[in-house]
Design a binder for this molecule. Structure first.
Ligand code: ADP
Ligand code: TYD
Length: 222
């Protein structure tokens, strides 16, 4: 396992220093990231911490539009899909993530821009450009936990989970292309987690990584 980098960087014209921590949970549909995010948030609350828990696509207007499209089974043009995810993220960063980080909070996000790199890259768009554009515009996570599971197993879990199907994204051939892009990612702060193990074994590893990220968080606050 590669350790997350303890990134602190400046952004904006004023050279404003980011104070909170952003940890993103990524992976294929059914990889178990939402289960693990919930569990680690509970474990942190038991320790008296108060993480901000959030997700993309969001529950805002753009996120709802994306989910409706995904559930309808009628895909839009890849460029349109890409634009919707960017709009959703723009609002999410502005309204939720950035204010929380500026207040020194720990933010746990179910997906962020590496999903766009992998999923919209798998639609045939330029993954490297999506990554570069995203890094130029959005908050970079301090750490990304990438839950690794074969596409076929993830899909089987999604089917067993039930709930509303999203056929635009949940099909094997497409998810295998997404998997290949995730596999090729090599970025600072990216930690791969074997998602095929028991929930408990994974939860122990996730908690250790997240606690490691909190070192110095409070010292950094005003
Ligand atoms: P995601 O958010 O990545 O789509 P979920 O966390 O919703 O995935 O998990 C998908 C399904 O798989 C759920 O029904 C969940 O209970 C189950 N699941 C989660 N983690 C594991 C695991 N380690 N082993 C087996 N099943 C799991
Ligand atoms: P969601 O319904 O939250 O599913 P999951 O529980 O698997 O995260 O996510 C909707 C779908 O949107 C999911 O299949 C992944 C896809 N997606 C993209 O294609 N691009 C993106 O930028 C994001 C954030 C999600």
């Amino acid at each position: 396992m590669r350790a997350c980098g303890a990134w602190v960087w400046t952004r904006g014209l004023g050279g404003h220093v980011k104070r909170g921590r952003l940890i993103v949970f990524e992976g294929l549909d059914g990889c178990g990231k939402s289960t693990q995010l919930r569990r680690v948030a509970e474990a942190l609350r038991e320790r008296g911490l108060d993480p901000v828990v959030t997700r993309e696509p969001t529950d805002g207007a753009w996120g709802r539009r994306i989910r409706e499209m995904a559930q309808s089974g009628r895909a839009v043009a890849p460029e349109t899909e890409l634009a919707w995810f960017f709009e959703d993220r723009r609002e999410h960063m502005r309204d939720v993530v950035r204010p929380a980080l500026e207040a020194g909070r720990l933010v746990l996000s179910d997906r962020s821009y590496l999903s766009t790199v992998a999923y919209q890259g798998a639609r045939g768009l330029d993954a490297a450009k999506i990554l570069a554009d995203s890094e130029a515009e959005f908050e970079r996570p301090d750490c990304v936990l990438l839950f690794v599971i074969p596409a076929r197993e993830g899909l089987a879990r999604v089917a067993a989970r039930g709930g509303v199907a999203e056929p635009v994204f949940e099909n094997l051939e497409f998810l295998e292309r997404v998997e290949a892009i995730f596999e090729g990612l090599d970025l600072p702060g990216l930690v791969r987690i074997d998602g095929r193990r028991s929930e408990d074994a994974i939860a122990a590893e996730v908690l250790a990584v997240v606690l490691g990220q909190l070192d110095g968080l409070h010292e950094a606050m005003p």
